[in-house]
Design a protein around this ligand. Structure first.
Ligand code: S3P
Length: 168
């Protein structure tokens, strides 16, 4: 397997870190959200609006199962809610080495405040929503992770250095 997996809250930098890491480590990158959008031929927002969150969560588990069959030596970034399912945490562990990009609520808010593509963060008070969800989720991210990388206030290069130093 030997995959490097990036987990963490929406806006913590998984996609950008994944892309940059793929150049550094010369490995291809896969993003579970993009895989699901490609298979479903519609956006995450459309999936949530039409079929609901539970449907999307089942697609995430199915996507992980497929990756277990096919992914070797790749970088895999996963949707922010994916590690909440116990089954998914087990699958992540099977799939490779898991890095949690850990960010504070304020950092996340600054990155996602103008974003309309994340259905869970739409509404009147996204900062409170972020703080609440982050508190709920942080223990699960830590449970799923082999390595925790704190990203607040760091340049991408530093984050990449820290990850690279831990890649097995
Ligand atoms: C979600 C995170 C999103 C996407 C969906 C739900 C979540 O992915 O999977 O909007 O529950 O945290 P990113 O973490 O890549 O934004």
């Amino acid at each position: 397997m030997g995959n490097v997996i990036l987990i963490g809250f929406m806006g913590c930098g998984k996609t950008t870190v994944g892309l940059r890491l793929s150049y550094r480590l010369r490995r291809t990158v896969i993003d579970t959200d993009k895989e699901i959008e490609r298979e479903e031929k519609r956006t995450i927002s459309d999936i949530f609006a039409t079929d609901g969150e539970a449907y999307f969560r089942d697609k995430e588990t199915a996507c992980l199962r497929k990756l277990i069959e096919s992914a070797n030596n790749q970088i895999i970034s996963v949707g922010g809610g994916l590690p909440m399912r116990e089954e998914n945490r087990k699958l992540l562990h099977e799939l490779g080495q898991v890095f949690y990009l850990c960010a504070r609520g304020e950092t996340i808010y600054e990155r996602v405040k103008d974003d309309t593509t994340r259905p869970l963060l739409q509404g009147d008070d996204p900062l409170t929503k972020i703080r609440t969800l982050l508190n709920e989720r942080d223990p699960y991210y830590r449970e799923a992770a082999d390595v925790v990388i704190a990203v607040d206030g760091k340049e991408f290069e530093q984050i990449l250095d820290e990850i690279e130093a831990c890649v097995e």
